[in-house]
Design a protein around this ligand. Structure first.
Ligand code: FEO
Length: 400
């Protein structure tokens, strides 16, 4: 007897995904609360599976399907996205179940073939095309680059259920299947962390998708992403959050990301923070000795300034700073002002490297970075405080 069961989420529709309680690293993103790989079963004349799960979780998914129907009855498989967290289980699934039809977007067909090198026929569905399953009709909407070029949404016309794949999700393992069953403080943070670490670089595309959404004529009752709990109440909460995050409007929050060798760069950070607060903005310090890059990304999601501090080591950035800079550059947060700072011994290399890196990231620098030889004296600390006050003044101007 299996201990895994499906959960009904709408008429004829069941959640049959898997819970990954152990996941703590999703391609560099620290998933402190695990995740789920959501898959959905539509029980109709043509029983249909929407998405699969990561390869090691296939048996859990099949056991959940089997609690509703014999898995071999699945006739249609829709792959909304080829990334392995949703497609990894597909090869074994297709052998076991042998559905008559496997569907993906045109890019999805190519991506699945490039992953699995199948001779299996996968049919491409065009943007806006529909498929009748019996009582229910699926409509497919291409959502290229949310998250990959192959990504698409599938929508059940009769029930207002949107299978949104990576969009509107969060990495959060739970036995509860709906956001409204969980602590809102937790789901708000995890949805923001997910956006900051996965969706943020795609913000211009999110903006266009949100403009397109009302024109699609959806009567949305349920948003069912492929990670974390589903949205069935106050859908505007997550749609509005996506609109706000995609806009990347600066706030009066300044994030200071730094590491330190002998506490000098750290002392600079503390006094810059005092200046920021004195100037009426809010400093958030993220020392890299204990802050994960994905939590830094979350803090930056709604910031207005980014300041990065590094000592010089072997003529380079401190390694943790290089890691953070590389990661944040990829996330491409717009509309930030900022500055570099750091201590050096005999070769002040880190701060110019940071000035260049921040400029390359599109951060508008408030001047050349602040360098201190060995240990900051009173004059150097006064310069740090003044830098903080300048940052705050600029953030105030941006708000005006
Ligand atoms: Fe959840 Fe882009 O995969």
């Amino acid at each position: 007897m299996s201990h895994f069961e499906a959960i009904k989420i709408s008429d004829d529709i069941y959640w049959v995904g898997a819970i990954d309680w152990e996941l703590r690293n999703f391609h560099g993103y620290q998933t402190s609360r695990g995740s789920t790989y959501n898959a959905f079963l539509i029980v109709d004349e043509r029983p249909t599976l929407i998405d699969a799960v990561k390869a090691p979780f296939l048996d859990e998914m099949l056991a959940r399907v089997a609690s509703v129907i014999d898995p071999s009855k699945i006739d249609v498989v829709v792959s909304n996205h080829a990334e392995m967290d949703h497609s990894g289980g597909l090869p074994r699934l297709l052998e076991r179940v042998a559905p008559s039809t496997v569907l993906a977007s045109p890019n999805g067909v190519k991506a699945l073939q490039a992953h699995f090198h199948w001779d299996k026929a996968i049919q491409a569905v065009k943007d806006g095309s529909t498929l009748s399953l019996g009582k229910n009709t699926l409509r497919f909407v291409e959502t290229k680059m949310i998250h990959w070029p192959d990504s698409m949404f599938s929508y059940v016309e009769e029930q207002g259920v949107l299978f949104s794949n990576d969009a509107f999700g969060m990495h959060l393992a739970s036995t509860e299947r709906f956001v409204d069953e969980l602590d809102q403080a937790v789901t708000d943070v995890e949805a923001a962390k997910y956006y900051a670490n996965i969706i943020l670089p795609l913000s211009p595309i999110v903006g266009k998708l949100l403009e397109r959404l009302p024109k699609l004529g959806f009567d949305l009752k349920l948003i069912a992403p492929d990670h974390g709990p589903l949205w069935r109440q106050d859908l505007q909460r997550i749609i509005g959050a996506y609109a706000r995050w995609a806009e990347q409007r600066p706030t009066r929050k300044a994030v200071l990301v730094y590491d330190t060798m002998w506490h000098s760069t750290e002392s600079m950070a503390h006094v810059i923070a005092e200046g920021i607060a004195k100037g009426g903005a809010r400093p958030v310090l993220m020392p890299l000795s204990g802050s994960h890059r994905s939590d830094i990304a979350t803090e930056i999601l709604d910031a207005g300034a980014l300041l990065v501090g590094s000592p010089t080591i072997n003529n380079q950035l401190y390694p943790t700073v290089a890691d953070a800079i590389s990661y944040l550059k990829g996330l491409n947060r717009k509309n930030l002002v900022g500055a570099a700072f750091g201590s050096y011994g005999w070769n002040a290399k880190a701060v110019p490297l940071l000035d260049a890196a921040l400029t390359d990231m599109g951060v508008q620098l408030l001047g050349e970075g602040l360098r201190v030889n060995y240990v900051p004296d009173a004059e150097a600390l006064a310069a740090c405080r003044a830098l903080g006050e300048r940052v705050a003044a600029r953030l105030q101007e941006n708000q005006a």
